[in-house]
Design a protein around this ligand. Structure first.
Ligand code: VTB
Ligand code: MG
Ligand code: MG
Length: 323
């Protein structure tokens, strides 16, 4: 992959963010997701690559999506796998809540896990504790390891976790251990990334969320030098079979970071839609001027860039919400 591809991918996440941010707070999550998806699909056409979607999100909430197997890009250039969540946080946008973003991971063909749209149990740590933690360990042991490696007392360890009934027991155990939780409503790609970024005060990410979001996050965690482990959670026979059809003989096997993203050539980009832990959302500055914030990183070099951009919506009529 060319390093120029990183900048091309930024254009795609920016377009999706610009289009979907206009749907903030309107109570219309399908329309918001549709705007992001359409903008991404259109922008991808002009990117020099031969891409295939291996992760497309949407089935869980019957939202519009970029379909698995869909070909994206100009049709020449590097052969790549694409994992997308055009709008990570459709409900967020509908309700005007924080943490929504448009995200893409691109990697060499055949290197991203082809995970179906189902639940996945995940664990993420930053570079300090990389290689030392295990998803299968009791949470209390993991907290001790992270405290030691991050040079903190257990009482100062912060675990970020999605606020869901399914995590209640985990939250109680974390609190009984003496550590803190930081609960978030939606958007576990952003929550995973802030765990692996320096100086965010967040030490550990645990919990069960979307598998597509898991694979996309893994590309970023790799670029940040953090660690991630995961395990698919098939809820019924059908989901179990789908895992096997996708080549996972034992669907509940422990997946290491290198199983989620093989190799080193991966690019991750996210543009904020609503302001959250990781990024500022899209700001409408008056007139047709709009400002976006994007984070983009490459696993190969470990370079992380924050890109602030000014856009003129009048010159991008295809991204403007219909009257
Ligand atoms: C998860 C999480 C996502 O939606 O998929 C969640 O990974 C859905 O969880 O980041 P529930 O079924 O419990 O609502 C997100 O938060 C947003 O897509
Ligand atoms: Mg989505
Ligand atoms: Mg999502």
């Amino acid at each position: 992959m060319d390093r120029e591809l990183a900048m091309e991918i930024v254009r795609v996440t920016e377009a999706a963010a610009l289009a979907s941010a206009q749907w903030m707070g309107r109570g219309l999550k399908i329309e918001a997701d549709d705007a992001a998806t359409t903008a991404m699909r259109t922008m991808f056409d002009s990117v020099t690559m031969k891409g295939t979607v291996v992760i497309g999100e949407g089935e869980l909430d019957e939202a519009p999506m970029l379909y698995i197997g869909e070909e994206l890009g100009s049709g020449n250039g590097p052969e790549v796998d694409i994992a997308v969540d055009p709008l990570e946080g459709t409900n967020i946008v509908a309700k005007g809540h924080p943490n929504a973003m448009a995200v893409i991971a691109v990697a060499d063909r055949g290197t991203l896990l082809h995970a179906p749209d189902m639940y996945m149990e995940k664990l993420v740590v930053g570079p300090e504790a990389a290689g030392l933690v295990r998803l299968t360990d009791p949470i209390e042991k993991t907290i001790d390891i992270v405290a030691k490696m991050n040079n903190k007392r257990v009482r100062d360890v912060t675990v970020i976790i999605q606020e869901r009934e399914r995590h209640e027991e985990l939250v109680t155990r974390i609190q009984n251990k003496g550590a803190r939780v930081k609960l978030f409503g939606d958007g576990d790609v952003g929550a995973s990334i802030v765990t692996a970024l320096p100086r965010t005060g967040i030490d550990l990410f645990v919990g069960t969320g979307g598998a597509p979001e898991g694979v996309i996050s893994a590309a970023a965690i790799k670029a940040l030098g953090g660690d991630m482990q995961a395990r698919l959670v098939p809820m019924n026979d059908e989901e179990y079979k789908r895992c096997q059809e996708m080549g996972l003989e034992d669907p509940t096997t422990l997946l290491m970071l290198n199983d989620l993203v093989k190799g080193d050539d991966a690019i991750f980009a996210a543009t904020g839609v609503s302001t959250g832990e990781l990024l500022e959302g899209v700001r409408f500055l008056g007139g047709d001027l709009v400002e976006t914030d994007t984070i983009v990183m490459r696993a190969k070099t470990g370079t992380v860039r924050y890109i602030k951009a000014h856009h003129r919506l009048n010159k991008k009529p295809h991204l403007v919400m219909p009257e």
